[in-house]
Write a protein that binds this ligand. Structure first.
Ligand code: SAH
Ligand code: SF4
Length: 393
């Protein structure tokens, strides 16, 4: 199979160009694409409506190969977590979350992550490499078709995809966009734009590009209402501070499939969960960006040195936002028993950037009565200098 190309890496346009190179009509690509993504076929011999000559041609030059599965864990609540081998000692995870009215697959975009958020175990592992398009889509391809077999159905199983696994999707933009197109394509997974969500820590220029290239639902990991605190929690904030981020959210809303942006806010005990910070968050967002807030209970891991906010503190924080008229939800934790919850995706990665060494265990400095959104940037807390931003996107 030397130099044979994995067809999982082509969106429909790419596959059409590939078929043309083989001297085939472009419409053949549509048939092939449907076999691969709608039927889960991995063997050209199965593709009965393709000319035998084309099947023979493909058999010598191309293949359809999923990522090797290292492990599968099934939670008591039905959540399934797969660990996939992406080579050279790296692994990434995907999580299937069935609910009454939908079934969501959470997938990874990178082996590790260079952003280095303090509360995220992927961030603590450092960055190894970007996944290729085929490695992103292979997670969906495998999950969808193995679940259909398991559930003994020909119907679509996965109704929603969220790019909330390992990695910062907007720092792997070139590979992400064709993968999104395959999810949206009626000949592929046929998901509507509102059922595909890209979650980002705030790579502003790429939010603008996504708006033009594939405007799916957008979730922005905010976690703090002011720059000094966000600088510490999400180091990328030093490059793209909150005001710029919110401006890009408003530009995104012009094309977004929903009329709101989801802001994710991971609740860290005594760090970002005080009533003062809730009020600051209201002042920051109310009437400025059409949004919903999703409060995420922090999933602790020892190296973080951080604690989950109590249910009472989460509720008090949520109540303030709700009273101010901001739609607020608290995320249910799923798959806790198999470590499949947010930020617990612990696929091993070989850190090529040594982020974890830079992430010295400086405590997050809690700024009481902190900083209004207009506080000058020089006001950043000292811990921030110990944790420089990750590589540029
Ligand atoms: N890099 C992207 C997408 C992957 S992270 C981003 O940051 O948005 C997906 C979500 O999980 C983000 O909202 C992130 O803030 C959250 N998260 C990370 N670590 C977490 C943890 N330990 N507990 C709870 N949520 C966490
Ligand atoms: Fe990367 Fe997202 Fe984790 Fe931050 S929260 S380190 S951006 S994966």
């Amino acid at each position: 199979m030397m130099d044979a190309v994995n067809l999982l890496g082509f969106d429909l346009q790419g596959l059409a160009a590939y078929c043309e190179q083989l001297g085939e009509k472009r419409f053949r690509a549509t048939q092939l694409f449907r076999w691969i993504h709608q039927k889960g076929a991995a063997d050209f011999a199965q593709m009965s409506d393709l000319a035998k000559s084309l099947r023979d041609k493909l058999a010598g030059r191309a293949h359809i190969t999923a990522l090797p599965v290292i492990s599968e864990h099934v939670s008591a609540d039905g959540t399934i977590k797969w660990l996939f081998d992406v080579g050279q000692g790296n692994a990434v995870e995907a999580v299937y979350i069935p609910e009454d009215d939908r079934a969501t697959l959470c997938i990874s975009s990178q082996a590790g992550c260079a952003v280095g958020c303090r509360f995220c175990s992927t961030g603590h592992q450092g960055f190894s490499r970007n996944l290729e398009t085929w490695e992103i889509i292979a997670q969906l391809w495998y999950a969808e078709h193995s679940l259909r077999q398991r559930l003994n159905t020909d119907e679509r199983v996965i109704s929603n995809v969220v790019m909330m696994g390992m990695g910062e999707p907007l720092q792997n933009y070139g590979a992400l966009v064709p993968a999104l197109r395959m999810m949206l394509d009626d000949h592929g997974y046929g998901l509507s734009r509102r059922r595909v969500t890209v979650s980002t820590s705030g790579v502003v220029p790429m939010i603008d590009r996504l708006r033009d290239d594939a405007p799916v639902a957008l979730a922005v990991s905010l976690h703090a209402p002011n720059d000094p605190l966000r600088d510490q929690l999400v180091p990328l904030n030093r490059k793209y501070p909150i005001a710029e981020l919110l401006d890009s959210c408003n530009r995104y809303l012009e094309r977004a499939p929903r009329d709101f942006i989801t802001f994710e806010y991971c609740m860290l005990d005594e760090v970002n969960d005080t009533p003062e910070l809730a009020r600051e968050l209201i002042a920051l967002l109310k009437g400025k960006v059409s949004c919903k807030i999703n409060l995420i209970p922090f999933n602790p891991f020892p190296a973080s040195g951080l604690k989950r906010s109590s249910n009472e503190r989460v509720k008090a924080f949520a109540d303030l936002l709700i009273q101010a008229g901001i739609i607020t939800t608290v995320r249910k934790t799923r798959g806790d028993d198999i470590d499949a919850a947010c930020g617990q995706l612990a696929g091993e990665v070989q850190d090529r950037t040594r982020v974890h060494l830079r992430m010295v265990r400086a405590p997050v400095v809690v700024q009481r009565g902190a900083a209004s959104p207009s506080t000058p940037r020089e006001g950043a807390a000292p811990a921030s200098t110990a944790n420089p931003p990750g590589p540029r996107p």
